[in-house]
Design a binder for this molecule. Structure first.
Ligand SMILES: Cc1cc2nc3c(=O)[nH]c(=O)nc-3n(C[C@H](O)[C@H](O)[C@H](O)COP(=O)(O)OP(=O)(O)OC[C@H]3O[C@@H](n4cnc5c(N)ncnc54)[C@H](O)[C@@H]3O)c2cc1C
Length: 297
């Protein structure tokens, strides 16, 4: 069965928007196609009159630094992210999370923008973008704007933008000064296609003496309908000594407060609850050690 009639490869943002406008809801944005083409072929989405491939737009496939921000285009692939020296230096959690997405074939074409636009609570790249306190640049109802990454998620599989009319352009996050580092870990069920059970990204800054948490951001997912930060757990650490006792206090707080649900194909709620402390302990220790060594890698 034919799941689209026409395939467009615009080379500018304006051209892509014009195509979407011309088709008036009958065309949809495609990037790597690793989610969308499966949905179309399985009938989870109706056939499209046209697909608008945004991976030929130079602005959307670049990773660079501008002043104190790192910018990542929406059509940057997971593979590009893992190989970017800039991201290896400033966003190690993102590199680690994109490095476990699918297999090499999926990482070669699957994009970070597709991961966010698909809006699944367990999207690996998404989890790290949340921990990095990123912002997303979008064109929503014709208006170009930056929004906090958390605002991109409206519900499971539902993002703020409508890919038949709007565009996700990319992401930015602030380069952290001083003793900053991040880390990501995931527990998954290898079942032909790896099914993530739980992922955890942390991003921290220690004070000059490497002893106090000056900034902590934690995203553990899926723990709810949309990926979000665990601010209660962050508060247990913020301004406190980066000691074993304090980390364990944060972990036990997570055990008490976070209530994941049972997923038929992935894991029971009880199992997921048990792995959260494991992931938090590992990622916090790794990030602290990286920050203390003064290199983010
Ligand atoms: C075998 C396999 C294994 C996988 N394993 C993982 C995994 O381990 N972890 C994980 O997180 N994901 C996994 N995925 C899911 C998928 O690969 C990722 O979510 C990927 O990042 C999607 O990106 P894409 O470019 O392929 O998106 P596409 O399929 O092209 O698009 C996804 C959705 O986003 C919309 N969209 C894409 N880009 C834009 C944009 N710039 N603006 C507006 N809308 C847009 C599309 O219209 C579509 O609705 C796997 C998929 C497969 C097939």
């Amino acid at each position: 069965m034919k799941v689209w009639n026409r395939y467009h490869t615009p080379s500018t943002i304006d051209e892509a928007l014009q195509l979407l406008a011309d088709y008036n809801g009958a065309a949809r944005v495609v990037a790597g196609g690793t989610d969308l083409l499966i949905e179309l072929r399985e009938g989870a989405r109706p056939p499209q009159e046209a697909l608008v491939d945004i991976t030929f737009i130079p602005e959307l496939i670049s990773v660079h630094q501008s002043n104190d921000h790192v910018l990542i285009g929406a059509a940057v692939t997971h593979d590009q992210i893992t190989k970017s020296p800039l991201l290896n230096n400033h966003a190690r959690c993102l590199v680690e999370s994109c490095g476990v997405v699918g297999g090499p074939q999926v990482r070669n074409v699957g994009t970070i923008g597709g991961n966010v636009a698909h809006a699944l609570p367990a999207g690996d790249g998404t989890i790290s973008l949340v921990a990095l306190d990123s912002e997303a640049e979008i064109i929503l109802s014709g208006e170009r704007q930056w929004v906090p990454i958390a605002d991109m998620f409206v519900g499971p599989g539902k993002s703020l933008i409508d890919p038949t009319r709007d565009l996700l352009l990319g992401f930015r996050f602030k380069v952290q000064a001083g003793k900053s580092a991040s880390a990501f870990e995931r527990i998954m069920r290898p079942q032909g296609v790896a099914l993530p059970i739980m992922g955890c990204a942390v991003s921290i800054t220690l004070d000059d003496s490497s002893t106090i948490f000056e900034q902590v951001r934690i995203c553990v997912a899926p723990t709810g309908p949309v990926p979000s930060r665990l601010s209660e757990i962050e508060d247990v650490l913020l301004g406190q000594e980066a000691s074993e006792e304090r980390i364990e206090a944060a972990i036990s707080s997570a055990y008490d407060t976070v209530r994941p649900r049972t997923s038929k194909y992935r894991a029971t709620a009880d199992y997921r609850r048990e792995v959260i402390p494991v992931l938090l302990r590992r990622t916090l220790h790794t990030a602290i050690s990286r920050a203390r060594q003064g290199h983010r890698d």
